[in-house]
Design a protein around this ligand. Structure first.
Ligand code: SF4
Ligand code: SF4
Length: 377
């Protein structure tokens, strides 16, 4: 039986470093803003930071060095990074090199938590083929990794198989939010139950569903505001995730100081949802189930390999203005901005690369056809 005491006293809010300020829309990281956010986070007694090799297109790991590793004692924070076997990688050697590069970029010396990244049906065999499970075990023995885990976007059956085949995984990172709790495409509840059965601490990602639950549709907003007009919509989502037993931490991908201040207001002294608050969540879940939207989280894993340079998540974000809020003019304006100088939805040649990369298993090709019909003149 693995010991899990190491995961017991970690604060329930972790800082996800995928969507850093300044990088939305392709800009450079706003280092001043991130520095202030990190300082506020540490001052609140929180300490878990989550980056990844593939986040470095946005400068995430190098930012970690500048704003965290160079400014705080190494033992005062926990740092997680991840190794991806298929994005931008064509061999076992290239995949294994990611750890050294991540250690160089961050200057962290070691990673407290190191994850095989985004395992799902379309890629998990590569992690075996490249010997990456044995690799992380060896790197743990060498002191470069303290705890091994994996992040997961597959089916409950696959999670069961991976946890059975790889007892070396000390924790698992799952997509859990109240909107996806019973969504069959994500199966948050089933995956959570399996991880609990295996006794694995759970890191939660996408608690706000890529920002969707921070600005939910009007019907959901109404339910939350009537229950408590003084708290943000995001607070319901993050507290829902953090209230689940067995959670190691909840990663919030905070992108500005206002989001950090909001998160800290209820997570630096975390209180689980009460029974009456859980009832509010159940009403919000029912309202969300009645809404038609493209459930894209904006992770951008689909974008790098698109031969037509189609900004898929930006197009879906524009389309959701139409589908969720019926704001047609705004949707068309956002679509025109997103596709200026790059590929349009109608340029898609249906090669399927994006669908193989998408952790949400979205029917991207069909969705793009709908976007083209709705948003192109
Ligand atoms: S299917 Fe279309 S959107 Fe997806 S990668 Fe190919 S061209 Fe790009
Ligand atoms: S379409 Fe899928 S891969 Fe692309 S950004 Fe959305 S969720 Fe991520």
């Amino acid at each position: 039986m693995q010991k899990t005491e190491w995961a017991q006293d970690i604060p329930k809010l972790g800082f996800g470093l995928m969507r850093l300020p300044g990088t939305q829309g392709g800009g450079k990281v706003d280092l001043d803003a991130v520095t202030q956010m990190v300082d506020a986070f540490m001052a609140a007694g929180l300490r878990y930071f989550d980056t990844a090799y593939v986040y470095d297109k946005g400068g995430s790991e190098e930012t970690v060095k500048t704003v965290l590793v160079d400014r705080y004692p190494r033992e005062s924070f926990m740092l997680a990074s991840k190794l991806h076997a298929t994005i931008g990688v064509n061999s076992a050697a290239e995949a294994k090199r990611e750890l050294e590069i991540s250690l160089e970029r961050t200057s962290a010396g070691y990673f407290d938590c190191y994850l095989l990244h985004s395992l799902m049906l379309t890629n998990y065999k590569k992690y075996d083929e490249y010997g990456l499970w044995d690799f992380v075990k060896a790197q743990k023995a060498a002191g470069k990794i303290r705890h091994i885990g994996f992040s997961f976007h597959g089916t409950p059956d696959l999670l069961e198989k991976l946890l059975t085949d790889h007892p070396e995984a000390e924790f698992v990172q799952l997509q859990i939010n109240y909107a996806d709790w019973d969504n069959p495409a994500v199966a948050s509840r089933k995956c959570y139950d399996i991880a609990r059965r295996f006794g694995k601490p759970i890191v939660i990602m996408e608690p706000v569903k890529g920002g969707f639950l921070a600005q939910p549709p009007a019907s959901v907003e109404k339910i939350l505001t009537e229950a408590n007009p003084d708290v943000s919509a995001a607070s319901w989502a993050i507290r829902f995730a953090a209230s689940l037993p067995g959670v190691l931490t909840v990663l919030s991908g905070m992108s500005n100081e206002a989001q950090m201040a909001d998160n800290l207001s209820y997570m630096s002294d975390f209180k689980p949802l009460s029974e009456s608050e859980q009832a509010v969540i159940r009403k919000a879940q029912a309202a969300i189930a009645a809404i038609d939207a493209i459930p894209c989280t904006g992770c951008r894993y689909c974008v790098a390999g698109c031969p037509k340079q189609i900004p898929i998540p930006n197009i879906f974000s524009a389309m959701n203005r139409e589908m969720v809020y019926s704001q047609t003019d705004d949707a068309k304006r956002r679509y025109a901005n997103a596709t200026a100088g790059v590929g349009k939805a109608s340029d898609c040649i249906a090669c399927g690369q994006c669908e193989r990369a998408c952790p949400q298993h979205l029917p991207i090709i069909a969705d793009l056809q709908n976007c083209a019909a709705a948003l192109e003149d």
